[in-house]
Every structure is written in C-alpha cells, then in structure tokens.
Write a protein that binds this ligand. Structure first.
Ligand SMILES: CC(C)(COP(=O)(O)OP(=O)(O)OC[C@H]1O[C@@H](n2cnc3c(N)ncnc32)[C@H](O)[C@@H]1OP(=O)(O)O)[C@@H](O)C(=O)NCCC(=O)NCCS
Length: 172
C-alpha cells in the first residue's frame, strides 16, 4: 500500500440522466436519489484512495442549492479531500448540463468514510496530498469538520475540539 496519494488519484466521475422514477411531484430530482448517487460515487473515491472496503460514517454539508429537472444530465465528481488514520473525507461536486449544453454547479456534499478490514475493524489508509488551490483549501478546513462530527457523535469532548474553537472563538 502507498503511504501517500494525491487527491486527484481518487477522482471518480459518474454521469446520470434524471428519469421519471428519480423525480418528485414537482418533476425535479428527488433529494433522496441524489443522496444515494452521491454516496455511491463518494464511496468509490474513498475505495480508490484506500484500496479497502469502506463504510459511510457520516455526511455533512449537503446543500441542494438548485433544483435539477427531469431529463437533465447530472455529473457527479468525487475526490478524497483529507485522510486520517482510518477515515477519509470526500467532497462531491454535482454539475448539471441542460439541453443547451451549458454546465453549472448545482450541489455539493461532504461524506466521511472509514476503511475496514475483514472483521469490520477500522484499518489505516494512505495520507492525502492536496495539490490544487481548491484541494488545499478543502484539506485545511477538513479538520474542523472532523472535530464537529466527532463532537456530535459523542466521540470527542467540545473542549478538545481545538480547530472548532479557533473558528468560533478566534480571539481566545
Ligand atoms: C464507522 C465505523 C466503522 C466506526 O467504527 P468505530 O469502532 O466506532 O470507530 P472509532 O471510534 O474507533 O473510529 C474509527 C474512525 O472513524 C472515525 N469516525 C467515527 N465516527 C465518525 C463520524 N460520525 N464521522 C466521521 N468520522 C467518524 C473516527 O474519527 C476514526 O477515524 P481515524 O481512525 O481516521 O482517526 C462504525 O461506526 C460502523 O461500522 N458504522 C456503520 C457504517 C455503515 O454501515 N454505514 C452505512 C450506512 S447504513
């Protein structure tokens, strides 16, 4: 197993068309379908990074900023943004192409995966090397999101969440 991998090595892309069985009564994409699509492509990115079986540990920052209409072409792009001991954060960017061929970003989500062994125990993964400006920015902000998840999951005390404290109380 490599000890380090770049973010782009995990890049995973999937293209879908919004069909009637994926829509809500407003004829736009059902949010639950998009969540499942994002979970699938994010887990592929985490698998590519770790070369292990991965499980979704938590999801944060899902934002449905624009409706996606029936018949539109949806492209999901997922990349690992930071890796820790056994866990990985994955960003999913969702783009839509309309009938004029114009592509716009519609949604974004952040998924957290844990690599597990045959006994379902967490197992270590390669470190992540960010390269582009966006990858570096996502890498830098990942630690506070991890701390937030662990505090919410009851696995970290709020007073130990140093990165969160820096964000919320910069003058302390
Ligand atoms: C995710 C899971 C493997 C964590 O196992 P655990 O024994 O509780 O793990 P630990 O507390 O030792 O933590 C292991 C890693 O998971 C991370 N983790 C645990 N809970 C997390 C959460 N809510 N969000 C993000 N990361 C989390 C820890 O930070 C740790 O990361 P690190 O090794 O990189 O430091 C376990 O809870 C599980 O199997 N959950 C079910 C997953 C599943 O079935 N998902 C599909 C959804 S139906």
């Amino acid at each position: 197993m490599k000890s380090k991998k770049t973010s782009s090595e995990s890049l995973s892309v999937q293209t879908k068309m919004v069909l009637p069985h994926d829509t809500n009564p407003l004829n736009t994409l059902f949010g639950g379908s998009l969540l499942a699509w994002m979970d699938e492509i994010a887990s592929i990115a985490a698998h590519k990074h770790s070369d292990r079986v991965v499980v979704t540990a938590s999801i944060n920052n899902v934002s449905f900023t624009q409706p996606i209409f029936a018949g539109e072409i949806v492209t999901l792009e997922a990349k690992v943004s930071r890796a820790y001991n056994s866990s990985m954060e994955v960003f999913v960017d969702v783009f839509v192409e309309n009938s004029n061929g114009k592509r716009k970003k519609c949604n974004e989500a952040i998924y957290n995966f844990v690599a597990i062994d045959q006994n379902r125990n967490p197992i270590s993964v390669p470190a992540l090397i960010p390269e582009s400006q966006e990858e570096k920015s996502r890498f830098d902000s990942a630690l506070r999101r991890k701390q937030l998840n662990l505090v919410f999951a009851g696995k970290m005390k709020a007073e130990e969440a140093t990165e969160l404290k820096k964000l919320l109380f910069p003058n302390l």
